[in-house]
Design a protein around this ligand. Structure first.
Ligand code: NAD
Length: 252
């Protein structure tokens, strides 16, 4: 197989969560370009339907915090597709509150979406992939799983992303012998809805750019290329990796 062919996903079936917009949509687009058939999942019903229309994909509108609903979705999508080869988990939210003032509900909400929802999907599809004898899972972590961001307070987000990285490694070691690879992409500031508010704060935006050796923020497509690498046979010997795509942010 030629090197470029190793990035192809022809005949493969992929599920992308948090796919209605941002990094999830770009990742889905990358997998589609590589030839995969797609199932998009997001809680934003109208947005995910529109995204699916643009990518010629199937979709499910679903709140991924609901473990039973995720299990039912996995069962239905698996049956519809006749198996799933790739799962990309892009679901996520961020809140900015000083650590000693984070209300219980807000802490739980961030952990529920960023960690628990990813786990429900990894468990549901990982089990089926292991039984079927193979697959590739890519979770979106963050530079915030490696460093504590400056200057905005977001202890729950940072903690959830550190946990996503360790969940990824734990899945990788347990599923390697079943042919399932599990990796994470850890982006830094990327131009999506999530960073819109922060970028509107000129002081935050200045600090973020100053702390990034490349001096700019990522486009979602620059994260999606890394997702495609990890999802495809191009990364056939890579598992348990946390691939930083951060313009050098964590290198200083
Ligand atoms: N944008 C950044 O700077 C950045 C940096 C590092 C990591 N990330 C991570 O990348 C991933 C994608 O973020 P993004 O920047 O594209 O943000 P985004 O807000 O544009 O996209 C997140 C998607 O997740 C969906 N979602 C949220 N909660 C959900 C739930 N409970 N059930 C179903 N869907 C839900 C949203 O509807 C949305 O479509 C997240 O995990 C985020 O933490 C983003």
């Amino acid at each position: 197989m030629g090197y470029l062919e190793r990035f192809r996903l022809d005949g493969r079936r992929a599920v992308v969560t948090g796919a209605a917009r941002g990094i999830g949509f770009a990742s889905a687009e990358a997998l589609r370009d590589a030839g995969a058939a797609l199932w998009l999942v997001d809680r934003e019903a109208d947005l995910v339907a529109a995204a699916a229309g643009r990518l010629d994909a199937r979709h499910r509108a679903l709140d991924l915090r609901d473990a039973a609903a995720v299990e039912a979705m996995a069962e239905a999508v698996w049956a519809e597709a006749g198996g799933i080869d790739v799962l990309v988990n892009c679901v996520g939210i961020c809140r900015n509150t000083p650590v000693t003032e984070i209300p219980d509900d807000e802490w739980r909400e961030v952990i529920d979406v960023n960690l628990n929802a990813m786990f429900w999907s990894c468990r549901a599809f990982g089990r089926r992939m292991a039984e079927a004898g193979g697959g590739s899972i890519v979770n979106i972590g963050s530079n915030s799983g490696v460093i504590a961001d400056k200057p905005q307070p977001q202890a729950h987000y940072n903690a959830s992303k550190g946990a996503v990285h360790m969940l990824t490694k734990s899945l990788a070691v347990e599923l390697a012998s079943k042919g399932v690879r599990v990796n994470a992409v850890a982006p830094s500031y990327t131009l999506t809805e999530m960073t819109k508010l922060g970028l509107a704060n000129s002081e935050w935006a200045r600090i973020w750019a100053e702390m990034t050796p490349m001096g700019r923020f990522a486009e979602p497509e620059e994260i999606a290329s890394a997702v495609l690498f990890l999802a495809s046979p191009a990364s056939s010997y890579t598992t348990g990796s946390i691939l930083l795509v951060d313009g050098g942010y964590t290198s200083w």
